[in-house]
Design a protein around this ligand. Structure first.
Ligand SMILES: CC(=O)N[C@H]1[C@@H](OP(=O)(O)OP(=O)(O)OC[C@H]2O[C@@H](n3ccc(=O)[nH]c3=O)[C@H](O)[C@@H]2O)O[C@H](CO)[C@@H](O)[C@@H]1O
Ligand SMILES: C=C(OP(=O)(O)O)C(=O)O
Length: 421
């Protein structure tokens, strides 16, 4: 059992090094498995638990993988992929397992998905993925727990997503990349991580156009080759560090090439947080009181649902009432009860939450129900009086690399412990 212990009160100051993006590296590992020859090299890989699970899953299907942690580099040789089974004990531990299906379909003609994990956020359907595979010619047999997808060669088609699913778009692009003929994906996701994956696939030899427009066209090719690619910075990790500076009244320089916080920056600015760009470095600080805010989560370029929980913590420390409308997931307010244990006043009504600030927070024992509620509780702990103890830290480690060490370097009083219970 991993546990974080945070003693609040210290303002964070210094340079925060932003990790590579979890939601880009996972599909890139899936993409690397499409190359039947050679070794793929991924740089700026975040050393997070989801990457470790992805490495285990790639090895389980026969790939050779080296994770060089201190160099933040992955080397993947997928030439010997030989098992279509994504075993439950690994696949159920992270969402990114869903991104291995296209490679198995192309390389082995079938994928046996024994489970898919990820944050518990209410319903997380995969129907767009499976409907898309079917339209490309696959047979999908959805059992109680195991899903069997079979295809002796995929053929391009017009695909449509009811909503622009992030991993759904990535999976259908990967499935179409080696299909015969042309595929058009309508209502495709616009997230920067999706565009980074398209960049990598394009280097691999894929023919993809329309990334970032919502209408993606993929001309199938016969093979994709292994390449080197640098994972983009994690805008969620960056957002969390910006919020840490904001709620502790500190000042941080965020380092991560080409970092763009988009709407999160504008929302924090409305709350009174100052941003100042100096070339590749983004400075963030807060001097005056935090003002309340309204947030509506949306697909990119809207406010990212993954930063809604951390923002709820910031709102609890703002002077006045904030309103949050969660539109992507139907179960993403588990944080409210935990924040209220610390003294916050958050009222949830369906997909809306009202956060009445400012309430002084007091450290206590709290539970991370998912990755982002976990990091939101770390943020609360940084601003609380006394000690906050957060279980289960594994969920935080799923998406943030060396969190305690990175925050300690900035002056935070935070430790990561491993215990038997
Ligand atoms: C590994 C990864 O990249 N995870 C991210 C990805 O998850 P993920 O790709 O799972 O999220 P989606 O964009 O697919 O899901 C968004 C919404 O669409 C619904 N939906 C999705 C697919 C489908 O086939 N049918 C369907 O109904 C889901 O139930 C959910 O309500 O995008 C989410 C939304 O930005 C982020 O919170 C996750 O961090
Ligand atoms: C929902 C998240 O991740 P996943 O899709 O990997 O569960 C997240 O990163 O907040």
């Amino acid at each position: 059992m991993v546990r974080y212990r945070v003693r609040g009160g210290n303002a964070l100051r210094g340079t925060a090094f932003i990790q590579g993006a979890k939601n880009a590296v996972l599909p890139m590992i899936g993409a690397a498995l499409l190359a039947a020859k050679g070794r793929t090299v991924l740089r700026n890989v975040p050393i997070i638990e989801d990457v470790r699970r992805a490495v285990e899953l790639a090895e389980a299907i026969g790939a050779y993988v080296e994770l060089h942690e201190s160099e933040r580099t992955l080397v993947i040789d997928a030439s010997r992929v030989n098992s279509p089974v994504l075993p439950a004990e690994i696949a159920r531990r992270f969402r990114g397992s869903v991104l291995f299906t296209p490679a198995l379909l192309h390389r082995l003609g079938e994928a046996i998905v024994e489970g898919v994990g990820g944050c518990n956020l209410g319903s997380r359907n995969l129907d767009f993925h499976y409907l898309g595979y079917k339209r490309l010619g696959a047979i999908v047999d959805e059992g109680e727990t195991v899903i069997h997808v079979k295809a002796s060669g995929l053929t391009g088609a017009t695909l449509y997503l009811d909503t622009p699913s992030h991993t759904g778009t990535e999976n259908l692009i990967m499935a179409a990349a080696l299909a015969k003929g042309t595929t058009v994906i309508e209502n495709a996701a616009l997230e920067p991580e999706v565009l980074d994956v398209i960049d990598m696939l394009t280097k691999m030899g894929a023919r993809i156009s329309g990334g970032g427009t919502g209408f993606i066209t993929v001309e199938g090719v016969d093979e994709l080759h292994a390449v080197e690619h640098t994972v983009m910075p994690d805008r969620l990790d960056a957002g969390v560090f910006a919020m840490a500076a904001a709620l502790t009244g500190g000042e941080l320089s965020l380092v991560g090439t080409g970092l763009d916080l988009g709407v999160v920056r504008y929302k924090l600015e409305q709350m009174g947080v100052e941003f100042h760009r100096q070339g590749a470095v983004l400075h963030v600080r807060r001097e005056g009181p935090l003002r309340p805010i309204n947030i509506i989560t949306d697909t990119y370029p809207g406010f990212a649902t993954d930063l809604q929980s951390p923002m709820m913590t910031v709102a609890a420390l703002a002077e006045g009432t904030s309103y949050i409308h969660e539109r992507i997931f139907d179960g993403r307010f588990a944080l409210a009860g935990e924040l209220n244990k610390m003294g916050a006043n958050v009222e949830v009504d369906g997909s809306r939450a009202i956060v009445r600030g400012r309430t002084p927070l007091t450290g206590t024992q709290v539970t991370a129900h998912d990755l982002r509620s976990g990091i939101a509780l770390v943020l609360a702990g940084l601003a609380a009086e006394g000690e906050t103890v957060i279980d289960s830290g594994y969920l935080i480690d799923r998406g943030h690399a060396h969190l305690a060490a990175r925050m300690r370097a900035l002056g935070a009083d935070i430790t990561r412990e491993i215990s038997d219970h």
